[in-house]
Design a protein around this ligand. Structure first.
Ligand code: SF4
Length: 308
């Protein structure tokens, strides 16, 4: 069986930085370090950090006094920052700088008196964080139908921002519907969209032209991994989201001569290797990496950790 690996795939710079923050905090301050929410949406990453002394909680009320606390890559609402400040918790903020950029865009639009519309998935921690960061009401839309259901007047001054794990392609219909609906609308430059989301989605589209089956390595609750699977399916290729090699179902490969593998932005490369090993247990495989965009973006660590 021929196996093609999408390029790029797996960890993005925001995820690398977030994991680094927890690891360096554990080295600098010693365990335990408390992390609010899964640092990134991947069980293997979370388990590995737990084994080094990280404790994951959903609410700050679960963090004991004075304990070093890390906010996850998805970002948090201002109320969470305020609660941490009120409790005097030493906080390291692992919010991806690209998410922070979206927060800042939203704040600017609100300051200019515009009604803010966020394109994103209800309930996703990034969306909750963004809605809680901007000082004003935010209208969340998830589809063209929801745009059409907005009750604002057509000449209301509005602006939109988008969840980072949605790509240009994911949002273009919704943005077009917003632009058709409102005469006075502003939005961020298209180049502001997360580079990693866009690159991984383009890579899986290329992959889908070559293979009979696509395996997306990633967690079931990872928004960007689910999206990669959907893109494979939309391209007409049977596509499956799997956490690791144990979840590989040999039935999926019946009649397939070529298999494509990609990985969500929060899935480590060891899990891609694990899936390749699982394929080898079924039969001989040759592995090649497709040509694709090289990424060399790095985000700076918070000052208190950068020097350690
Ligand atoms: S997917 Fe993009 S926005 Fe999300 S953590 Fe990675 S680099 Fe940041």
């Amino acid at each position: 069986m021929e196996v093609f690996l999408a390029q790029p795939r797996g960890f993005c710079a925001g995820v690398v930085r977030a994991i680094d923050i927890v690891e360096r905090a554990l080295e600098k301050y010693g365990p335990p370090v408390y992390v609010r929410h899964e640092i990134v949406h991947n069980k293997h990453v979370v388990e590995s950090l737990k084994s080094k002394g990280a404790i994951f909680v959903e609410e700050l009320s679960e963090v004991p006094a004075k304990a070093v606390t890390v906010f996850s890559a998805h970002g948090v609402a201002r109320s969470v920052e305020e609660e941490a400040a009120a409790r005097d918790l030493p906080v390291l903020n692992a919010t991806c700088p690209l998410v922070t950029k979206v927060h800042n865009q939203g704040k600017r639009y609100i300051t200019k008196g515009r009604t803010l519309i966020l394109i994103g998935h209800a309930g996703h921690p990034e969306v909750e964080g963004t809605m809680g960061q901007v000082p004003g009401p935010v209208l969340l839309v998830q589809s063209v139908e929801e745009v059409n259901a907005l009750t604002l007047p057509a000449d209301a001054p509005v602006a939109y921002i988008t969840q980072t794990t949605l790509s240009v392609d994911d949002t273009k219909d919704i943005i077009a519907a917003l632009q058709a609906r409102f005469t006075d609308i502003q939005g961020p430059d298209i180049r502001d969209i997360c580079y990693a989301t866009q690159n991984r989605q383009s890579a899986v589209r290329n992959l889908s032209k070559l293979v009979d089956v696509i395996l997306v390595v990633g967690a079931a609750n990872s928004s960007n991994s689910n999206r990669l699977r959907e893109i494979g399916t939309e391209a007409g290729v049977a596509s499956y989201l799997i956490a690791d090699g144990r979840e590989l179902n040999p039935e999926w490969l019946k009649g397939a001569r070529t298999v494509g593998i990609t990985a969500g932005a929060s899935a480590p490369e060891v899990l891609v290797d694990d899936v390749i090993e699982a394929l080898r247990r079924i039969g001989p495989v040759t592995v090649s990496v497709l040509p694709g965009r090289e990424e060399n973006i790095e985000f700076r660590l918070p000052a208190e950790l950068a020097a350690s």
